[in-house]
Design a protein around this ligand. Sequence first.
Ligand SMILES: [Zn+2]
Ligand SMILES: [Zn+2]
Length: 206
Amino acid sequence: MIIKKLVVGPLESNCYIIADEITKETLVIDPGDEPDRILELINENGFKVKYIFCTHAHLDHIGAVIDIKEATGAKIVIHQDEQVIYKGAREQAATWGYELDPLPEPDIFISDENIVEIGNLKLEVFHTPGHSPGGSCLYGEGILITGDTLFAGSVGRTDFYGGDIEKLKKSFKRLMSLPDKVKILPGHGPESTIGKEKESNFFLKI
Ligand SMILES: [Zn+2]
Ligand SMILES: [Zn+2]
C-alpha cells in the first residue's frame, strides 16, 4: 500500500492519496484545495484514480473535487447522510468568500460497513456522525482515515450545521474500540494511533 499526504488550502486539510502498489488503483481522500498539486502527484506516480472519497462535505475537504473528477473521471463517493451539506457546498463557499462551481453529483452513496476496494486493498466504511451528519471514516490495512471526526489529541467541532455532540461521543467510542496499534490519519494535523488517543485525547474526559 502506498500512502501519500498533501496538506492543502488555507485550513491545512490533509488530502490522502492511497494506491495499491501492484495495480496502481488509487483512492483520493478529501481533495480540499490545490488540485494542481494533487494531480501532479497522481500523474508523476502513474496512479489510476478509481474513487474520490469525501469523509464529509465541508468546503476544506471537497474544494478540489470538481478538478480531480474532471481530470481523472474517478467516481465520487460520499455517505448518504451528507447529501444536504454536499448540495449546499456553494453556499458554504460563499460564506467563506469563495466562488465554487457547481459540484458534480456524487456517483456512489455509501453507508456503514460498505467496503471500498482499491486493487487488493479493502477499507471498511464507518459512519461516524457528530462533526457532520454523514461523516465517515475508512478502516482497514492497519490504518484509520478519520476526516474531522478524530484528530491527534482532539475531535472535530460540533457547532456547524448538522453537528451533534451526543453522536460524536458514540462515534468516538466506536473508534476507541479498535486495536491500539491502528494508525490514525486525520483530516487536519499530525498522525496518531488508537493507543495514543486512548491515553491522551481530551474528549475522553467529556
Ligand atoms: Zn469539517
Ligand atoms: Zn476540515
